[in-house]
Each structure stands twice: as structure tokens, then as C-alpha cells.
Design a protein around this ligand. Structure first.
Ligand code: IMP
Length: 441
């Protein structure tokens, strides 16, 4: 049985912890899109691991694969591998030869384009890691793939074609001075070196063939998404999106598996019990800055990668309905339920009002979504408490009002609840129904 873990909102739903938990029964964990814009936190035996590229299941000793749909900052990848080794782990990471790489000029151009948008208020609030420009080059057929780092002649040809154009773009369009990030010889030496290292550590694979072979041998595959449905380049609120497909379909195109490997498996929607967002774009249920900073103080609302304060809002069910449909969730994990404990009021957006009409889903244009007014339902609150006391007692030990909240979300989406998160640790997730089969509650 395979499973795919997808964020149902705007990223930061706590997918890393969910992957870590369910990867116990997986043989291989595969990231299928994004790059080091992701920030997945895994807590194991009280130790915190922050990962940006390496699939979260690697912390459990599983094989981690970075699929062709990813864009790879190789310096970050090697730093993460070294950091895990220094902490006593032996990460087994394979990289698709078809994955594209992020080059230093992508980072420079990402930041330059964002800076150029600030006057018009058009900035996306990217993580500045060069993700968009790397995917642009992929679609524009001028990107460089991992497999090409292993071949002197091909790598040099690619750089000689692209770099002068990038230099002109930086200078003439964005008016910035260019340095070694735009120097063919420097890039060739650096990236040829990365290629040698990938080759000597036997990390480069044909991921599609590897996964097909593992499937034939009966392996369980866990597909790990980064970011979330509403920042998907197709299904999110464009243009305030990332440049890849975090939705479940991305697991097929981003790895090269037979579509049934994803579609016939479990598709786990990770839902944060409230809403948060680190970048720009609409957010109909957003709290005022005063209310948001009070929440941030209690629940630590700062982006893992950027350290920026997260914008905070009430749970938005129309967003979740869209996510459930686009991804075909077979179940959800409702995370951060502990964070809502002690709230004086608790609201959920059930529908929107737009131009006198009630909408139960989100409009397909971002401008219309920005004009939606939430229609709220109020829920009974529950007190904050020492959540660690109830983690071993299972779902029934949750406060009644918290269970009502969880069951409401499940009923609205028509999906079972696989698990409820009441803290960051692996043992702080109450599993109700294990997606790989065994019921624990
Ligand atoms: P980019 O992916 O760096 O190009 O950023 C595009 C948008 O996606 C920005 O609004 C980012 O804040 C957002 N974003 C990218 N990665 C993540 C993530 O892992 N969690 C939450 N938001 C993200």
C-alpha cells in the first residue's frame, strides 16, 4: 500500500511530522516537487531535526528519493546530509537524474524580481531560494538536470548557452551587478564537483525505474509533498503561489510512477486546525495584526525557512473542500489541535459571501477570492492543558469540544480522520486509523 501526504492549505500544516510518523511502515519516502523552500520539522526522541530537502522519513532510516519534479539546491542537500551524519544518522538519499538543479543565479534573479515587484505591491513573498526561476528554466527548456552534471561537455554547453542570457537579464532588466553567480567557469567547476560527489556517493538514480522495481518487490512508498494545495501553481491562488504542483497529481508526474501507485493508495490531507500563511495573497479569514500576534506568541508562528511572522486566520472550510476535491483525500490528519486550547472564541469559516451569493467553495480567480467575506460558525472552546498527559490515552481523552471540532471537519470533507496532532513530537499525534492499514484507536 502506498500513501501520499499533501498539505491542504498554504503550507506549514505539519506534513514533516506526519510523514515521519507514517513512514514507519514505508520502505521508501519520495519528495516529488519543490526544493529547499520547504521546511519540515521532525522531532524524534526529543531531538528536533529541520529538513528542507531531504525527505522526512530519512530520519527513521528509510531510503529517501528526490524525484524529477524537485528542484535541487545541491549545497543545501550536502549540508543537510553532513548535519545528519554529524548527529549520528546515516542518511540514504537518492536523487533522480531528471531532477533540475537550482543555480546561484536563480537565487539572485528570484530576489531581484521580488524587489522589482514591491512598488506595485505585486510581490509573492517568495522564500528567495531561486525556486521560481529554476522552474522557469525547466519549462523554458534551458534548465540543467542532475544527470547533466556528470558530463563535462554537456554541462559546459548548457552553461555557455544560459549564463550570458541570465547576466543580461540581471543587468539590463533588473539593474544589478553580477558576480561569480553568473560566471561560466566558476559554475562549471562548482557544479561538476557536485556531480562527482553525487556519482561517488552513488546517489543518482533513474527514480522511475527504481520505484517500479521496488513496487514489484512489494515495497510501500510514501510520497511526501512540500508546500500546500493553495500555493500549487495550478490549483492555488495564482500568482501568490510556488512554482510546482504540491497536489497529489504532482506525485505522479514528479516521480515517474504508474498513476495507479498514487491513485490506488491512500491520500492523506494534512490540515492545520487554524490557518497560517507566510507569503502574500488573499486570506479571507485573516485575523487583525493584534489578534495574530497574540496567537503567534502562544503557538510560535514564524516560518521555518524564512523566519518571517506567519499571518494567522480561522480555519477556512471552503479552502479545504477545494483541497479535498483536487487531491481526492482518503483521510485527513488534523494538526495543531493543542494550539487552539485556551482561545476565548473559536470560529470556522463555513462559506463565503460574494456579491450577495453564498459560496461553499473558492472562486477560481484570486481577485474574486480576495473579495469574499467569510460566513462563520462559532464553536465551543476548550481549555489549554498539559497535552502530553493525554497522548497515550487516545482520541477519547481529548476534550469534548475538541472532538466536536475534529468531527465537524471530518464530516464537512466526508473523509475519516487518520490522526489528530496535539504537539510536535512523534508520540504527540493520536492515530485513529493507520493509513497503511492497522487501526490504533
Ligand atoms: P517560493 O516557493 O520560494 O517561490 O515562494 C512562493 C510562495 O510560496 C511564497 O508565498 C512562499 O512564502 C510560499 N512558500 C514556499 N514554500 C513554502 C513552504 O514550505 N511553506 C509555506 N509557504 C511556502
Amino acid at each position: 500500500m502506498n500513501a501520499t501526504v499533501v498539505g491542504s492549505q498554504l503550507g506549514d500544516e505539519g506534513k514533516g511530522g506526519v510523514v515521519d510518523l507514517f513512514s514507519e511502515d514505508a520502505d521508501v519516502v519520495v519528495r516529488y516537487q519543490g526544493g529547499n523552500n520547504a521546511g519540515h520539522t521532525v522531532v524524534r526522541r526529543g531531538e528536533e531535526y529541520k529538513l528542507r530537502l531531504i525527505p522526512s522519513g530519512v530520519i527513521r532510516g528509510k531510503t529517501g528519493v528526490l524525484g524529477n519534479g524537485c528542484v535541487l539546491d545541491l549545497e543545501t542537500l550536502f549540508d543537510e546530509i553532513e548535519t545528519l551524519r554529524a548527529r549520528g544518522l546515516d542518511p540514504d538519499v537518492r536523487v533522480s537524474a531528471r531532477a533540475h538543479i537550482v543555480l546561484p543565479y536563480h537565487r539572485v534573479l528570484d530576489r531581484a524580481e521580488e524587489a522589482s515587484k514591491t512598488d506595485g505591491g505585486l510581490e509573492v513573498g517568495t522564500t528567495g531560494n531561486g525556486i521560481g526561476p529554476a522552474y522557469e528554466d525547466k519549462a523554458g527548456r534551458r534548465g540543467i538536470r542532475v544527470g547533466e552534471l556528470l558530463d563535462d561537455a554537456v554541462l559546459r554547453d548548457r552553461l555557455e548557452y544560459s549564463v550570458p542570457k541570465k547576466r543580461r537579464l540581471a543587468r539590463d532588466v533588473f539593474g544589478i551587478d553580477t558576480g561569480v553567480e553568473f560566471d561560466v567557469d566558476h559554475l562549471f567547476e562548482t557544479f561538476r564537483g557536485f556531480g562527482d560527489r553525487l556519482e561517488s556517493e552513488e546517489m543518482v538514480v533513474d527514480a522511475s525505474s527504481l520505484l517500479a522495481e521496488m513496487d514489484r518487490d512489494g515495497a510501500n512508498v510514501l510520497f511526501e509533498s512540500a508546500q500546500g494545495t493553495h500555493i500549487d501553481v495550478d490549483h492555488g491562488n495564482y500568482p501568490f503561489v510556488t512554482s510546482s504542483n504540491p497536489t497529489a497529481g504532482g506525485a505522479i508526474t514528479g516521480t515517474g510512477v504508474d498513476p495507479s501507485a498514487v491513485a490506488d493508495g491512500r491520500i492523506i490531507g494534512v490540515v492545520k486546525a487554524y490557518l497560517s500563511r507566510v507569503g502574500s495573497g488573499p486570506m479571507p479569514t485573516e485575523l487583525s495584526e493584534d489578534a495574530a500576534s497574540a496567537v503567534r506568541e502562544r503557538v510560535g508562528g514564524f516560518g521555518t525557512v524564512t523566519g518571517r511572522p506567519r499571518r494567522i486566520g480561522w480555519l477556512d472550510v471552503p479552502m479545504l473542500r477545494h483541497a479535498a476535491r483536487v487531491n481526492g483525500f482518503t483521510g485527513i490528519v488534523l494538526n495543531h489541535v493543542d494550539a487552539l486550547g485556551g482561545f476565548e472564541e473559536l470560529k470556522v469559516c463555513e462559506a463565503y459571501e460574494l456579491d450577495g451569493e453564498t459560496l461553499t467553495g473558492i472562486p477560481s480567480t484570486t481577485a474574486e477570492w480576495a473579495r469574499c467575506t467569510p460566513e462563520y460558525r462559532t464553536f465551543e472552546t476548550w481549555a489549554d492543558r498539559d497535552w502530553s498527559e493525554i497522548r497515550n490515552d487516545g482520541y477519547d481523552a481529548l476534550p469534548d469540544a475538541a472532538r466536536t471540532y475534529v468531527e465537524y471537519v471530518s464530516a464537512e470533507l466526508g473523509t475519516p480522520v487518520y490522526a489528530v496532532g496535539i504537539g510536535p513530537g512523534r508520540d504527540e499525534t493520536i492515530v485513529r486509523q493507520h493509513p497503511f492499514g492497522s487501526a490504533e484507536d
